[in-house]
Design a protein around this ligand. Structure first.
Ligand SMILES: [Zn+2]
Length: 682
């Protein structure tokens, strides 16, 4: 009896927490007006996850259900109850006037037609099916009749409601919208891909589509995707009267809607709204390629119906494309922090939608080859929003024979060290350790926001301090003296003091931030946090071997090797020691946090051999979720060997050195003794 009351309490606590977290998610991702800090949110989230894990009670709309599903083998198909149509296009205002005339003719009306106008997002159209208010399935548009089941990936998008709340809830409703990626996220993603030697996405639309169509939803979750909802398919248990009414319902039901939606009384007003949207185009954080006009009254929409595959009641007005033609004068290599050398095209300046373009990134030499770009070529350049302009194609008809191939650099353009292209990698790297280009980029990275966050150490000041010889390495930042800075042009008493203060302030940091700041190749913010969770102090990583890092399992070979290489280089360790001596205060909340987590298998090492009833990977994951280690070979550090059917030589080895041998059932019992819920599964 007592237990039941307790369970009811826990259930209520879980429900309240999930509701609260969903509300904060809505405030953050849709209203852009959070009322609690990120830390507070994380704390509540962690608390909910722990309760769910401990008591095995998880709500379908729990925010923890957005992540963690295992990868799929393939996408299942889902048929749309109502086909997802494409829109007819208009390329001028005159064509929009004609559209309005057609509508009037069709419904035999002389009076003005009411419309809604919204931006046309350049993303991927999807449909999300809700049943009894809960997110049930989500799919891509596909061919309009049948799409792919991307439910788990859509759940990973934080602005997508897992449950309809705040208004009338229909029995079933198919919500339609566009998944898109902000330009900043697109650039971050491409930069990350470039560092890993992966091909860049051509534009944010491809990046969004590629992120949604992932078999592994954790990849989708790691990218910041957005949704804008603008329509519905089939609906049961509710009636809408107008598009405007629908938009207002979507808003009330906490769905993200387009950044601008206007209800207008006549086509001329619609043209004004289009001008307004076009005017905002370059300042929006995402790409739009036009505006959509819809007849507002739904009874009129039904009356107008569909012509072949396009509705007669809506039209997409496409903005003129931001393209221009110009000549490539030169292709120069540009060196980044990790030594990756990127080709940049210097162009004859050309004006594209009001901006003069004279440079364009070419990503890598494989891309130059693929697009067959030569120095002296005339090319079509496209510029969209804030994205760095890129070459769309070469105009080969204009070749005159004097064009020259863009050669892969043999050496670094800045320091002259060898430039190496590793097998299987797209990137070319400068291997010079003291390469000034890399040094500057590394200093910039060290001082950047996600790293040590030193205000005042931006591009210009880093270049100045470096060229004046005051900082030759980021390690020198902490021995800077105010007097030295004051001798530089540009600096006055106050600005020098501000910089010194900012540097001083940055000395209070966390291990995760510091590791990220070091700019170790392949070690991004996430990997740095994982390291911090597993190593208490910076010194614990000195002279580490890659196998020890690999034991963390979430860290792959590439990152392990790279980090081990860094922490085995004597000059790096010297730099770190002298930095610490200058008063760095590194705390490690990640490690502390992990210590506090309930980890019943902490410190236990398991090895698996033979055939088991479930995939080995799943067992390893369960062990690790409980804080244990799953390694691949038996040693004296092994605590348990889990032996399945027809075990291999590992069994003999374990027997010979006295490792405890258990069955899969034994393992389940061990887990069960920690978690009563598992008991019911045995
Ligand atoms: Zn170099």
């Amino acid at each position: 009896m007592h237990l039941n009351i307790k369970q009811a309490d826990i259930k209520q606590e879980i429900e309240e927490l999930a509701k609260e977290l969903n509300y904060h998610c809505y405030r953050y991702y849709i209203l852009d007006a959070p009322v609690i800090s990120d830390e507070e949110y994380d704390r509540l989230y962690l608390h909910l996850r722990r309760l769910e894990e401990r008591y095995g009670f998880v709500l379908p709309d729990s925010p923890t259900q957005r992540v963690g599903a295992p990868p799929l083998e393939k996408f299942e198909k889902i048929r749309h109850k109502e086909p997802m149509l494409s829109l007819d296009n208009a390329f001028s205002h005159a064509e929009l006037i004609k559209f309005d005339a057609r509508v009037k003719r069709f419904i035999k009306s002389e009076g003005d037609i009411e419309y809604t106008v919204e931006p046309k997002y350049d993303g991927l159209a999807i449909e999300i099916i809700y049943r009894e208010g809960y997110l049930y399935k989500a799919c891509t548009r596909g061919d309009g009749y049948e799409g792919e089941d991307i439910t788990r990936n859509v759940k990973a998008i934080k602005s997508v409601p897992l449950k309809i709340e705040g208004t009338v809830v229909p029995k079933e409703i198919d919500i339609r919208g566009e998944v898109y990626m902000d330009i900043a996220e697109f650039e971050r993603l491409n930069k990350e891909r470039g560092q890993k030697g992966e091909p860049a996405f051509a534009n944010p639309r491809n990046a969004a589509a590629g992120s949604v169509r992932q078999l592994d939803s954790s990849i989708t979750a790691s990218r910041r995707l957005h949704l804008a909802c603008y329509g519905i398919g089939a609906v049961q248990g509710m009636e809408f009267e107008s598009q405007w009414g629908l938009i207002n319902w979507l808003k009330a039901a906490r769905f993200p809607v387009p950044a601008v939606v206007r209800h207008v009384k006549a086509i001329n007003d619609a043209l004004e709204v289009i001008k307004e949207i076009e005017g905002k185009r370059d300042s929006l954080p995402f790409e739009i390629d036009g505006a959509v006009i819809k007849v507002n009254a739904l009874y009129l929409q039904r009356l107008l119906g569909v012509k072949t595959r396009e509705p007669r009641w809506a039209i997409a007005y496409k903005f003129p494309v931001n393209q221009g033609t110009t000549k490539i004068i030169k292709i120069i290599p540009s060196v980044g922090r990790t030594g990756v050398i990127t080709p940049v095209a210097l162009l004859e300046p050309v004006r594209i939608s009001g901006v003069t373009v004279s440079r364009s990134t070419l990503h890598n030499w494989d891309e130059i080859k693929r697009k067959d770009i030569m120095v002296g070529d005339f090319v079509t350049i496209e510029r969209a929003g804030e994205v760095i302009p890129h070459v769309v194609k070469v105009i080969k008809e204009r070749r005159r024979g004097g064009e020259e191939p863009a050669l892969l650099p043999k050496e670094c353009p800045v320091c002259g060290s060898k430039a190496v292209k590793e097998r299987g990698e797209v990137a070319v790297r400068c291997i010079g350790l003291d390469c000034p280009a890399q040094v500057r980029e590394r200093i910039r990275h060290f001082a950047s926001k996600g790293a040590m966050d030193i205000e005042g150490l931006g591009d210009k000041n880093v270049e100045l301090l470096h060229s004046e010889g005051l900082i030759n390495h980021f390690g020198d930042i902490y021995s800077l003296k105010k007097g030295d800075i004051l001798r530089l042009p540009r600096f006055k008493e106050k600005s020098a003091q501000n910089l010194i203060d900012a540097i001083q302030k940055s000395k209070d940091t966390t291990l995760a931030r510091f590791l990220y700041a070091l700019g170790i190749p392949h070690v991004g913010e996430y990997a740095a946090k994982l390291f911090a969770r597993n190593f208490e102090r910076l010194e614990d990583m000195y002279n580490i071997n890659p196998e020890r890092i690999m034991e963390m399992r979430q860290i792959g070979e590439k990152i392990s090797n790279s980090a081990a290489e860094f922490f085995n280089a004597p000059n790096n360790l010297e730099t770190l020691s002298s930095m610490k001596a200058s008063g760095l205060k590194i705390t490690n909340p990640e490690y502390e946090g992990k210590k506090k987590e309930r980890q019943p298998f902490d410190g236990l090492a398991f090895v698996i051999t033979g055939r088991l009833p479930v995939p080995r990977k799943d067992i390893e994951n369960s062990i690790e979720n409980l804080g244990g280690h799953a390694s691949s070979s038996v040693s004296k550090n092994t605590d348990y060997l889990i032996a399945g059917e027809s075990p291999g030589s590992k069994l003999q080895k374990a027997e010979s050195i006295g490792v405890k041998i258990i069955s899969y059932e034994d393992l389940l019992k061990m887990m069960a003794s920690l978690n009563p819920l598992i008991l019911s599964l045995i």
